[in-house]
Design a protein around this ligand. Structure first.
Ligand code: ZN
Length: 680
């Protein structure tokens, strides 16, 4: 592994932070923490931690000897000094004399000694850092080191590979007991440069940030070189059947299988991500894949992301039978997980609630790996973590036999309150776990709608004729932007395929793209009328049809929402080319409601009027208000409520229809009140 310490960079960090009142020690601690955290072979998603022992001054000028240690919730790759809270070290050192210290008391002790009480909780491994005497302590969960520490003969092999300058710590669950044990191992030979923690990771330490970091890179390189030199391809590839289905074909089925029916027709859904690297494919296409997946997770803290390990499916050769296979596999996984919970929960009197038993990582021969989560972000993390496990297991099998910790040890970490805290609590937003597609998503109403859905927790896909603008809108919302001409059915299908690839499926569609064409109906050209029908009617049909196909595969219902406009119910003079297809689209929304209600797919429309947008530009507003001899303000608020209706108001109407689980075939009017356009 390349050593990327640069004196210039280190000094630049010091020069940046010292004027802000951060001392040199903490600035350098921030620097190498980022170096380690930026390397996925060392640290993934909140794993790993670092510390420095230094002095800080409090508000009244008292100077304290402290441990600045990574705080919970901070990612090492982008850490700031605030992510390394200072804890007074003397009380922590006293704790080593205790026989026992519960997790809750450990957290209390650490929090009670924070110099700044608003700091995040110090790492669960803070005591281990405190008990080691060195100024700088580094601790990632390196994949190369774990390939050795996860072997059946891990302790003997670790000594062989890393030699006498490292200490060796048998597996103990992280927390107080591990901190004491690691410190005892260190005390037996204080000349060591670091520690190998069985089935867990590596510590190195030093008097300077550079020394601890150099040692880390050295030992990780030793591990990686050992694996490379001694490794052979450990797996036997199987012959895959011809004509495999694609990830796109089966993602909606998978998504449906891991959704939980809440009993009232609504679902707790999941979001999924597919990935297939050569290393993943070697693993999933191996004859040994089920054996490997059954041996547990590669480090105990992975259990909070992928539970007891991945679920394995068969290669998807026969798509008609595949749904049954998926459902049976998910049911079996849930049953195994429930039994694992029951058996281990019964070991003591602690009251626990079982977490949802759905798999978070799936291995599919021929296709790759699927990460599953409550959000796209969680699904990506599950995918990353599973990919890391694949890498560790492959390396370990190349040099020996991969062995995880015991199932009860996995359980202790998965249900450890301090680990669960990493997952974040709090009520989910009402549209969490749902994927929404908004067409015409870069326009005023589309962008406001995408934003409103994201604010309610939905995962957002923005379609627009202008792909760059779609991407810009989506980026702000953490979604995906896709360039799509909705009048081309093939383009619509391709765009939905991308959504399926990205999120696993789709639940809500806001079919919003439109454009206004005018002309006296007796004189209008056939070509113009057909052009308007293409966009203002047929595109809605093609978007809805494509979405419904995916929804039917998911079997978790869905919601279609159409922007029908006031023209659908109240024609304006010389506006036939716009109003006619919009009237057909309003009818379309009702036809979908009728034909797919039994499948739980709802369909409704929004009838909005006089919104500043690409269809009613500022210039048009100026011109029209002038023509009518009223002010722009009066023109825009020329309705019963005398209030201007904005894009955000229309967006809220779409959101409310999406939330109204018992409403379908509805039309919501958003126009400030216009009796002539009221439905009757
Ligand atoms: Zn650790």
């Amino acid at each position: 592994m390349e050593n990327i310490w640069r004196d210039d960079d280190a000094e630049a960090m010091v020069a940046h932070y010292v004027p802000k009142g951060i001392n040199r020690d903490l600035a350098l601690r921030t620097y190498t923490t980022r170096l380690l955290g930026g390397e996925p072979r060392l640290v993934l998603h909140g794993g790993g931690n670092t510390s420095v022992k230094t002095r800080v001054e409090d508000l009244v000028g008292d100077v304290h000897e402290v441990l600045c240690v990574k705080g919970s919730g901070w990612d090492m790759g982008v850490i700031e000094p605030a992510g390394l809270p200072a804890v007074k070290i003397a009380p922590l050192l006293k704790a080593r004399k205790l026989e026992k210290l519960s997790d809750e008391d450990m957290v209390t002790l650490q929090r009670a000694n924070l110099v700044d009480p608003s700091s995040p909780n110090p790492s669960v491994e803070a005591l281990l850092h405190a008990f080691l005497p060195h100024k700088f302590v580094d601790h990632p969960h390196s994949t190369g080191v774990l390939a050795i520490a996860d072997l059946a003969d891990s302790m003997a092999r670790s000594r062989e590979v890393f030699g006498p300058k490292m200490g060796y710590v048998p597996y103990v669950m992280p927390g107080f007991a591990l901190a004491k044990l690691a410190a005892d191992v260190y005390d037996q030979d204080p000349s060591v440069e670091g520690l190998i923690l069985d089935k867990h990771g590596i510590f190195t330490f030093g008097e300077t940030a550079r020394e601890a970091y150099d040692r880390m890179i050295h030992y990780v390189t030793v591990a990686e070189d050992y694996v490379r030199h001694h490794g052979k391809n450990p797996f036997t590839p199987v012959t895959l059947p011809e004509g495999l289905a694609t990830a796109r074909d089966i993602a909606p089925m998978l998504r449906g299988a891991v959704a939980v029916n809440k009993g009232d027709g609504s679902f707790n859904r999941m979001v999924s991500v597919f990935r297939a690297t050569p290393a993943i494919l070697d693993f999933v296409n191996a004859a040994e894949v089920r054996d490997m997946a059954s041996r547990g997770v590669s480090t105990p803290d992975l259990s909070i992301r992928i539970k007891t390990g991945p679920m394995v499916l068969d290669a998807p050769a026969d798509l008609t039978a595949y749904r049954d296979h998926i459902n049976a596999s998910v049911a079996a996984y849930m049953e195994d997980y429930s039994a694992y919970f029951r058996d281990n929960d019964a070991r003591d009197s602690v009251q626990r609630t079982m977490l949802d038993p759905m798999p978070r990582a799936l291995l599919i021969p021929g296709l790759g790996l699927v990460g599953v989560g409550k959000t796209r972000k969680d699904a990506v993390i599950a995918g990353d973590v599973a990919e890391m496990a694949v890498s560790i297991i492959t390396k370990a099998e190349a040099i020996g036999r991969f062995t995880s910790i015991r199932e009860r040890d996995i359980f202790d970490v998965e249900y450890w309150s301090l680990e669960q805290a990493k997952l974040g609590k709090g009520a989910e937003k009402p549209l969490a776990r749902q994927v929404v597609v908004v067409t015409g998503g870069a326009g005023a109403i589309g962008a406001a709608t995408a934003k409103a859905f994201a604010a309610e927790g939905a995962e957002v896909a923005v379609f627009d004729l202008d792909g760059e603008k779609a991407a810009a809108v989506a980026k702000k919302l953490g979604g995906i932007g896709i360039g799509c001409d909705v009048t081309k059915p093939a383009a619509v299908q391709a765009a939905f395929a991308k959504v399926v690839q990205h999120f696993g499926g789709v639940d809500i569609v806001v079919s919003n793209a439109g454009n206004a064409w005018g002309g006296r109906i007796g004189e209008v050209s056939d070509a113009l009328l057909r052009q308007s029908f293409e966009l203002n009617f047929f595109s809605h049909q093609s978007v809805a049809q494509t979405a419904v196909k995916i929804m039917l595969q998911q079997k978790t219902g869905g919601c279609l929402l159409f922007n029908a406009s006031k023209q659908a119910v109240n024609p304006g003079p010389d506006f036939g080319p716009y109003g006619l297809p919009k009237a057909a689209t309003l009818f379309l929304s009702r036809q979908y409601a009728l034909d797919y209600g039994a499948q739980g797919i709802r369909s409704s429309a929004v009838n909005a009027d006089r919104i500043r947008s690409g269809l009613l530009t500022d210039e048009m507003v100026a011109k029209r208000s002038k023509a009518r001899g009223v002010s722009e303000k009066d023109y825009m608020s020329g309705n019963l409520l005398a209030r201007e209706v904005k894009a955000a108001d229309v967006a809220q109407a779409f959101v409310q229809l999406a939330l109204a689980a018992k409403t379908t075939a509805a039309v919501t009017t958003v126009d400030g009140g216009n009796i002539a356009a009221a439905l009757r």
